[in-house]
Ligand binder design. Sequence first.
Ligand code: GDG
Length: 476
Amino acid sequence: MVQGSPFVVVANRLPVDEVTDDTPSSRTSGGRRWRPSPGGLVTALHPVLAEHKGTWIGWSGTPGPAPDPFEVDGIKLVPMSLSEDEVERYYEGQSNATIWPLYHDNVEPPIFRRRWRDTYREVNRRYAAAAAKVAAPGATVWVQDYQLQLVPAMLREQRPDLLIGFFLHIPFPPIELFMQLPQRAEVLRGLLGADLVGFQQRLGAQNFLRLSKHLLGTPYSGSTLEYEGRKVKAEAFPISIDFAEMQRLADNPLVRERAKQIRAELGDPKTVILGVDRLDYTKGIEHRLKAFRELLADGKLSVPESVMVQVATPSRERVEHYQALRVKVEREVGRINGDFGKVGVPAVHYLHQSYSRSELAALYCAADVMMVTPLRDGMNLVAKEYVAARAENGGALVLSEFAGAAGELRQAFLCNPHDLDGVKDALMRAVTVDEGEARRRMSIMQRHLRKHDVAAWASEFLDSLAEIGGTEKNRL
Ligand code: GDG
C-alpha cells in the first residue's frame, strides 16, 4: 500500500531537463537521462521536499509518453505526459497565447480558441488526478502558476482532506481585462478551490478579491473571502532569488576573471549597458533599444565609449507573437548597428542564446548599468539577480515601474517604459551617477534582498497555508 507524500508540488514543468549527451551528473530513468535544472523555485522548495519525502508533479519538457516516476536528490518526480497536440493547445495556445497576454495588460491581443480551452481543461484534470493519487491523507499540495489554474478546484473535488495552496507567478489582471476571458468563471472557480491564493503584489490579490465579488458575489473582508462555506485567503508573497547563490557566483575568481574578459572583448568601453530577458514582448526590449538609439542620435552617448549587450534567451518560439517580436527586435538592433556601429565595434551586441548561470553572473559583474524595462512583469528576477551580483561594485539598475520588483527595489532608477523620454532620462541618470551614490543605492537594495530571499518567500507562503490548515506551525 502506497502511503503517499505529505507535501506535493504541482507545476507545469519538472525541475529537471532531459539530457542527450554524456553529462556525468545525469540520472537515469527507464533509459532516459535527466539533469536537475537549477531554478529559484526548486532551490527554495528543495529543503521542504527533501525533509518530507515530497513529490513534484510536472511535464518533462518532451512531448510523448511520460517516463516512470524517479528520484533526484531525494525528491520524487512524477512526470506527466503531454502529446504534441496538447503542447500546442494547452501550453502554446491557451497558456501562452491567451492567458499570458491577457494577464499582462493585453500588451499583445490575446487569442481565444475553444479547442485550446478544452485541452487546457483536460490537461489540468490530468495534473489534478496525479496529485490526488500521490498526496497522503491531509497532505499539503502547492500548485504553481497560470498553466494550472483549474487544478485547485479539481483537486478539492477529489480530495477535500487536502490543504491546497496556489501561487501565481505572473500579474493578476484588473476586472475589466479578466472579464474578456471566455472561460472566466471556470478559471476563477478553479483558483477558489485553494485555501490560499498567493500573488506577487498586493494589487493582484486585490484584483482577485474584487473580481470574485463582481463575478460570483462572494463577500470578502480584509484578505479573506467566503466561497461555498469555506474561507479562501488571497495575499501577496513577492518571490525572490537565492541571494547567497548569486553572491557566491559573483565572488568566484573565475567569474570575476570572465567579467574582465567580457569587458575587454567589448573593447573596454567606459559604460557597459546590459539587458537579460527571455525574448518576450512583455519585457520591453524594443523600448530600451529605442531609448539607447535616441541617446546615440542625440549625441548624449557614443560608441565605442558606451555599448549595449542584450541577451534575449530563446522562448516559446512556435507562438506567433514571439516570432513577430523576434523580427522587430532584430530589425531594431540592425538599425542601431547600421547607424552607430564602427568596424569591429557594434553598438548593440545582441545574443539570441541561453547561457550558464556563471556566464550570466559574469555578465552582471561586467555591466555598469542594467536595464530591466518590462511593460508588465509579475516580479522580474533578473533585476534582483543583478543587485545580488554587484557586491561592493556599485552599478546602476534602471527598472520599470511595471515590474513587481519595483515595489521593493526603490533605489533603482525607476521609469515608465511607455514614456521614451522618461526611459532616456533614467538611463542617463544611471550612466552618470557618481560611484558613491551608486554604491549607497546598491547596498540598500542588497540589504533588503539578503533578508527577503527565495527561501523566506517559500516559508512565508507555507507558514501562512499551515496557519489556515489550523494545525500548529506546519501540517507537513
Ligand atoms: C516568471 C514571471 C517572475 C534568463 N536567461 C537565462 C537565464 N535566465 C533566468 C534569469 C532569471 C529567470 O531566467 C527569468 O526570470 P524573470 O523573473 O526575469 O522572468 P520570467 O521568466 O518571465 O518569469 C516573472 C518569475 O516567473 C518568478 O516568479 O519574476 O515576473 O514572468 O532567473 O536569470 N538563466 C540561464 N541562462 C539564460 O540564458 N541559466
